[in-house]
Structure formats: C-alpha cells, structure tokens
Design a protein around this ligand. Structure first.
Ligand code: DP6
Length: 380
C-alpha cells in the first residue's frame, strides 16, 4: 500500500493509493410551504422556512474516487450530467467542492468522477438544485467516513450533510430528512439554526405524513431570472422587512396547523406564501414575472374546484411557473380526475408529476466499497 505523505509543501491529507471506491446516493427535491427568499453572508437565510420532503422527484449522484495524479487545480474533477460532460454544471460543482475543502480535507488528495442524473427531465422546470446538492452532500459525507477524517464514525452525520448541502444551494439543506424539515433560526423550535435544517417529521400530524404533491408543468421554458438573482434582489427590496416579518408570523401559525392537522389553515398559509413570493418578484427592482398564463389558469381552476367540491386541494409555487397541488392522500382519485378533466390542458405537453411526501435520501448499493449502509435517517 502506498500512502501519499502529508508534508508542508504537499499539505494533502494521507490518502491510501489503493483506496479507490464509489458511492451512490439518491436524494429528493422538496417543496417549501414557508419560502426561503432572501439570503446573506455564506448562504444564510433571511427568514426560517419549512418544506415537505418529496419522493419521486429526485437526483441520483455517484462519486467514484481514486488517488489524484494531477495537482494543477485545487479540485481534480470530471463531472457528468445525464451521462454527458456539462461545463456550466461542472464549473458550479468545482466551485462548490473548492468551498468545501476546509470541511473535507480528503478532497485535496483524490480525483473525483461525479455522475448525476434526475428522475425528472431537466427541462421540466423542476428545481433540481435541492435534490442535486443534497445527493452530492450525502455522498461527500459518506466518502469522509470511508477515506476522510470521519473514518471512526459509524454513520453519516446528517446535520453536517445538511450544512454542506446548504453551501451548494440553500433549499438543498432541507432535503436530507424524511417528511418535513425546517431551516432557519426561530424561537418556536429548539435546535433550529440558520446553518442547517432540522427534522420535523415527528412534529406533524399523521395526515401530513403521506401528503401528496401533484406538480403541474405549466411551462418547461428556462426561467428568465434565476433564484440566485431573485435572492439578491431582496437586498434593496422595498418590502423586504415586511416580508421577513410575514414569513416568521406565517411560520408560527403553520407550525400549529401542521401539528394539529388543520388542513384548511395549512393550505391558507401555504397559498399566501406562494403568492407573496411571486408578488415580491412583481415589484423587485427591476421587476420580473415568472408566472405564465397557464399558471394563473391552473390556480383559478383549483380555487373553483375547491369551492365546488369541498375537496381540500391547495396550491403552492416555487420560483417558477409550475403549480404544486398539495392534498391529503385520501383524495388521490378525486385529484387525478381534476387534473385529467380540467388541468392537463394547461400543462405543457400534458406533463405532470404525481409526487408525495417521502423518506429522504437513500444510499444505492452499486459499487459501495465500504459495503456498510451508514445512513440512518434519524438525527442523533
Ligand atoms: C423559491 O435554494 O434555489 O424555492 O440558495 O441561491 O441556491 P440558492 O436558492 P434556492 O432558492 C429556493 C427558493 C424557493 C423557496 C424555497 O425553496 O424555500
């Protein structure tokens, strides 16, 4: 066995040259009920947010690692998205990994080949950064146990994974826990912090534990303004302070509704949050619109249907035109009929994703050199 030395000139950690391995992780997207919109410092949120962890909308990331042979850049990386090299994604991942060097010293000693793919088409306009960065963070924490500084640990530190995911994309830090996660300091919840999300699955009523999310693809077009620009426009936003106050108040109220199983209240607050998010965009400087005519038609139909049928369907929106219909699993047939009869005409290429609340990230067992499943979904 050859061990690369740790020296002053070559301040790499010891990586054993025969340590070649591969880990694969699957991690879901999430949908926020209280929205994270506006940030400061090193990816810190301006208000706390809470989300359902999804299930069928996920990314799968495989990292194959080996001792590096080229030392011309801080990170030695080959990146593939959906099987092909992808320069913009590769640059973002390289930048991210460079940022993580102080947390994962092994990164300076290995070559990484990263392959990532999504369960949903990239063009579907589903936010993929949450699933992509949470899957990547889980895989990086796993490798830290196999060849890095956490070698004595028996399982992944999920809190660290959440913190690492946050540095890639804020909302990604909420994808690491089953059912629900809360990110951001609030005096309502002990342990809450701006640095990572915390699990909320055991603080919600049974009805929400298998809640469903039908994602209607109103448009697959590339967004005209990215989320990172949207966040930055909150800096000089005339309603910024009011928004952060509202988000806190909405969070306090929704926590009560989530605990007691008050679907109407949860839905009312969730819809208000979605509308506020887009209202902020409408009056940013400069202003912009991510809603499409189809988005508004779908929202109108959902409201009419709820009034007529009394079926508790509520909508929310991400920073994009697609509509998430949230509803209890007992109304699956009704909602499927609603979509097929009244909403598919407003979906691009009649596309929608039949998603639901899920169990968080999972390790795939292909080529796992360590062999042990080191992930436990519980936060210890
Ligand atoms: C509207 O997490 O995509 O979906 O931290 O810049 O990567 P970055 O932003 P991102 O913002 C998501 C915003 C949102 C609301 C939410 O998920 O809370």
């Amino acid at each position: 066995m050859v061990t690369l030395p740790r020296s002053k000139e070559n301040c790499m950690p010891s990586i054993k040259a025969d340590q070649v391995g591969s880990v694969s992780w699957q991690s879901p997207s999430n949908i926020a009920l209280i929205k994270y919109w506006g940030k400061h410092g090193n990816q810190l949120p301006n208000n706390p947010s809470i989300s359902f962890t999804l299930s069928k909308s996920f990314s799968e990331t495989t990292i194959t690692y080996s001792p590096r042979t080229a030392f011309d850049r801080p990170i030695s990386l080959d990146f593939y998205f959906e099987g092909k090299q992808n320069k913009p994604f590769s640059d973002r991942v390289r930048q991210y990994l460079t940022k993580l060097l102080p947390s994962f010293s092994y990164l300076s000693g290995i070559h990484l080949e990263i392959s990532s793919s999504n369960s949903f088409p990239h063009s579907a306009g589903i936010a993929s950064s949450a699933s992509a960065f949470s899957a990547l963070a889980m895989a990086l924490c796993d490798i830290d146990i196999l060849v890095g500084d956490s070698a004595s640990a028996s399982q992944i530190d999920i809190r660290k994974a959440s913190e690492m995911a946050r540095l890639g994309s804020g909302s990604a830090c909420r994808s690491v826990y089953p059912k629900m996660a809360l990110w951001g300091l609030t005096d309502q919840i002990e342990q809450s912090t701006d640095l990572a999300s915390i699990p909320m699955g055991d603080q919600i009523h049974e009805v929400f534990k298998d809640y469903r999310d039908a994602i209607l693809i109103a448009s697959q077009d590339q967004k005209s303004v990215s989320s990172s620009i949207g966040h930055s426009l909150m800096q000089d936003h005339p309603f910024a302070e009011t928004r952060y106050r509202e988000a806190r108040s909405n969070l306090n109220q929704i926590l009560v509704a989530l605990k007691s199983g008050d679907i109407e209240k949860m839905g009312f607050i969730t819809e208000m949050e979605a509308m506020q998010l887009h209202a902020l965009m409408l009056c940013s400087k400069p202003n912009y619109i991510l809603l499409q005519p189809n988005t508004l038609q779908i929202i109108r139909e959902i409201k009419n249907y709820r009034k007529e049928s009394k079926v508790p369907v509520h909508f929310t929106l991400d920073a994009g035109p697609n509509v998430h219909i949230l509803y209890p699993s007992s109304f699956r047939t009704e909602v499927r009929n609603l979509i097929e009869e009244r909403l598919l005409i407003y979906c691009q290429d009649a596309k929608w994703i039949d998603d639901q609340v899920g169990d968080g990230p999972s390790k795939k067992n292909n080529g796992d050199k360590g062999g042990l499943l080191k992930y436990s979904p519980r936060a210890d």
